[in-house]
Write a protein of this length. Structure first.
Length: 197
């Protein structure tokens, strides 16, 4: 099969340091309950700070996307972020998406994300409609959970204190491939764009 016919599911992200991923795995172990089967957890090894989800792209387009990321990150030097704080969308009382916050130089992070969004719009990718909110998704609740189950999960979330902080330097942006398998997604790095070039 030629490169342009093969479709790959991909996204653009910032990778987290190992220490942060281990901390998020510990947080998950503290939150997980057998009775909450309606909660789908993200594997901590696969948690990234996603800047843009691209969906299926032709494999041959990866090089073109990498050039667009290089253009978007030109003039943006490495910057500092910190992972801390637990929250949920739409609220902790009704947690549909459980997340950990991202703080630090979020202005630079937002500029990088907007630049990437604009650069990829010229390649035909739809612009993000919702404003960018920097966060790391830990879990999602599936449809069909009863009100009682949701309340029980919300009580666990609201009574959990997550005061750990994981600071790190963002020095690169990665184009990632996501392969959905029975056991969970497998992530492969397709290209790396270093900041401050």
């Amino acid at each position: 099969m030629s490169d342009n016919l093969e479709q790959i599911r991909s996204f653009i992200a910032i990778e987290l340091p190992e220490e942060a991923r281990e901390g998020l795995a510990r947080l998950r172990r503290g939150l997980e309950r057998d009775e909450h089967r309606f909660v789908k957890w993200v594997d901590s090894k696969g948690i990234h700070l996603t800047l843009k989800f691209l969906g299926n792209i032709p494999a041959g387009q990866a090089a073109q996307i990498t050039v667009a990321i290089e253009e978007a990150s030109r003039g943006i030097s490495p910057f500092h972020l910190e992972i801390s704080g637990l929250g949920a969308f739409p609220s902790v009382r009704q947690p549909r998406v459980l997340w950990v916050g991202v703080h630090g130089d979020t202005d630079k992070l937002s500029r990088l994300q907007q630049n990437i969004d604009s650069a990829l719009a010229t390649l035909g990718f739809a612009r993000e409609e919702r404003p960018f909110v920097a966060h790391l998704t830990l879990a999602r609740t599936r449809e069909g959970a009863s009100g009682l189950e949701k309340r029980s999960f919300s009580e666990v979330v609201s009574s959990t204190i997550f005061e750990d902080k994981y600071p790190f330097e963002v020095e690169a942006v990665k184009l990632m491939r996501s392969q959905l398998m029975r056991a969970g997604a497998i992530y492969t790095c397709l290209s790396v764009v270093k900041l401050g070039r």
